[in-house]
Design a protein. Structure first.
Length: 240
């Protein structure tokens, strides 16, 4: 067998679900060979929601969605100023609340990653617990630390009260103007008649800090019901 051929009968199902080899012998993360056609994914413990200026001095409890990370945890950076730095990292030895970050062995610098690769967040966190983040780059693949893979959450839910009939959400990354929001009232507080809850215009795409979506209470004639202070449940669905 030539060196660049893939001998599948020597690879376990676990190996195939995480990585595959291309026909040129290079590493391809999230390639086409997957168990039962499923998309490969890995687990992260938390999402970092702000830029980490120095990857060698990562604060393990700041902007981490309420989770304090420890050595060997996996964290997803989602808002790096240098966008190619976004993605998963391993937390190193923690000293005085900070630790170095390095890429995991399964997401190494220079590796080719298939678009659609997904990461699952565990059951901790204020906003992003139990969410799935997916690479949504408009290309077949990207190279780690060279191109931003555009990790965005597929779906995020929350609960907030309207203020004068309006709620602006700025805590969730928005992939595009086609992103949709489902809204349901839980505790009505209104001095007028609200006909429905709607998005006010298109959402503003971007990472946390630049992204936003505004929801408001609309009367039957389409005008704002500024007297509505109801608590609403919302779910953002990111889509291209």
């Amino acid at each position: 067998m030539a060196n660049n051929e893939l001998k599948t009968d020597t690879l376990s199902a676990t190996t195939l679900s995480a990585t595959t080899l291309s026909t040129t012998g290079s590493l391809v993360i999230g390639g086409d060979l997957t168990v039962a056609g499923t998309t490969p994914f890995r687990k992260v413990r938390a999402v970092c929601t702000a830029n980490v200026a120095n990857l060698a001095l990562f604060n393990v409890s700041t902007n981490t969605d309420g989770v304090t990370l420890v050595a060997s945890d996996i964290v997803l950076l989602s808002a790096q100023t240098t966008a190619a730095q976004n993605g998963p990292y391993v937390v190193g030895t923690v000293a005085v609340g900070v630790a170095p970050l390095t890429r995991p062995a399964w997401f190494t610098t220079g590796a080719t990653v298939k678009t659609g690769y997904a990461l699952e967040v565990g059951g901790e966190g204020t906003v992003f617990k139990n969410t799935t983040w997916k690479t949504m780059l408009a290309a077949d693949s990207f190279v780690v630390n060279t191109t931003d893979g555009k990790f965005y959450p597929l779906m995020v839910s929350g609960q907030n009260a309207l203020v004068s009939g309006v709620l602006t959400i700025t805590t969730v990354p928005i992939f595009s103007t086609k992103t949709n929001v489902n809204i349901r009232r839980t505790a009505p507080v209104s001095t007028n008649n609200t006909h429905e809850y709607v998005m006010n215009g298109n959402p503003t795409p971007g990472v946390i800090g630049t992204a936003s979506v505004t929801l408001w209470a609309a009367q039957s004639n389409g005008t704002l019901n500024s007297g509505d202070g109801s608590t609403i449940n919302w779910t953002i669905f990111n889509q291209g």
